[in-house]
Design a protein around this ligand. Structure first.
Ligand SMILES: [Zn+2]
Length: 207
């Protein structure tokens, strides 16, 4: 990281202090002196271009956000391994009692691209991306045009994550009790468009 990059971030911090922080002191004080109570958990990609806060009108306190490679939810696996995404899911659903879990896929996902082109690459990425292997298999049957197959895989991986969400017993219980809804979203930054999975048809539809 160059000096210039850090200078940009520190200038941004000073700007934040002078504007947002100065203008919202009462709101921030109130927010920080009570328990956080977000109504939604979003699982988004770590991709540097995909920032949920930038485009969904998110204020501090609104959204509990987990970002990982390719916005995947692993299946329920209560072993002694370190499961970062599952831990965040557990905290959001059991402790914070969020009402919505949104899995947000996105166009031109590098993780999905790696899965489509070099599924065995990396010390950790390959094992992580295995979660989306069923999505890859379905996508390869849908199209042999690489860009189209990748988009299909991005869509199918969201569906796979939604399926995995229900393998967590307390997610399934909350859904069955009507306390929690799960949603599949997909964002294309190039066109600036959000589409939402219609669970009835299995299609992503413009929001
Ligand atoms: Zn991505």
């Amino acid at each position: 990281m160059s000096e210039k990059t850090l200078e940009k971030f520190l200038a941004g911090y000073r700007q934040f202090r002078e504007t947002y922080f100065a203008d919202n002191k009462a709101f921030i004080h109130e927010l920080m002196n009570k328990r956080q109570a977000p109504k939604a958990l979003m699982i988004a990609c770590s991709d540097s271009r995909i920032d949920p806060s930038l485009k969904f009108g998110v204020d501090p306190g609104d959204m509990f956000i987990v970002r990982n490679v390719a916005n995947l939810v692993p299946p329920f696996a209560p072993d002694s391994a370190a499961h970062g995404t599952s831990a965040a899911l557990e905290f959001a659903v059991r402790a914070l009692e969020v009402q919505h879990v949104i899995v947000m896929g996105h166009a031109r996902c590098g993780g999905i691209k790696a899965l489509m082109t070099q599924p065995q690459a990396g010390d950790f990425v390959a094992a992580w991306m295995k979660i989306a292997m069923p999505a890859r298999e379905r996508a390869l049957k849908m199209s042999d045009v690489p860009d189209v197959a990748q988009r299909c895989c991005e869509h199918e991986a969201v569906k796979e994550s939604l399926k995995n969400l229900l393998t967590f017993p307390w997610v399934k219980d909350a859904v069955n009790a009507g306390k929690l809804q799960t949603h599949g979203w997909y964002f294309d930054l190039e066109t600036g468009t959000l589409s939402i999975l219609n669970k009835g048809t299995g299609e992503f539809e413009a929001a």
